[in-house]
Design a protein around this ligand. Structure first.
Ligand code: ZN
Length: 149
């Protein structure tokens, strides 16, 4: 099986069966995100313990890339502190935007590496990063919904 096929399967699987889908109530932080370019909408709720993300849920409606990306993100950030989640976002951003990031792929990415195919479709990069911008807003207790535009 080619790596490309494997990555596609990961995306399809996470779109069909999103992990951590739903809402934490009560929650310690929350944020809404919107990608007007594609119509993706996302809402994140977090349970925090000091600087650590204890639990996270997302809900919303979006394309397969935005849903799979949010699902992969929630799995990847659980248990991380803010700085560590920030470093992971940097690695994801590099993966999505640098055409030759393949060789430089951070081992920290784990399953998030499945998003690498998105860089062939620049229009969809915002679908994949929406959840991360929404996470930043939640961690910064930013009350207004975030938009990728
Ligand atoms: Zn989208």
């Amino acid at each position: 099986m080619e790596l490309k096929d494997l990555y596609r399967d990961v995306i399809l699987d996470h779109n069909r069966q999103p992990r951590n889908f739903g809402k934490l109530d009560p929650s310690d932080a929350r944020a809404e995100g919107h990608n007007p370019l594609c119509g993706d909408r996302l809402s994140l709720t977090l349970k925090l313990n000091g600087d650590r993300i204890e639990d996270v849920r997302f809900e919303g409606k979006g394309c397969a890339i935005s849903t799979a990306s949010a699902s992969l993100m929630t799995e990847a950030i659980k248990g991380r502190d803010r700085a560590s989640a920030g470093r992971l976002f940097d690695a994801v951003h590099t993966l999505l935007t640098q055409p030759d990031a393949g060789a430089a792929t951070s081992p920290d990415l784990g399953k998030l590496a499945a998003l690498s195919g998105v860089r062939e479709f620049p229009m969809r990069v915002k679908c994949a990063t929406l959840c991360w911008h929404t996470l930043n807003a939640a961690l910064e207790h930013q009350p207004a919904p975030v938009s990728t535009e």
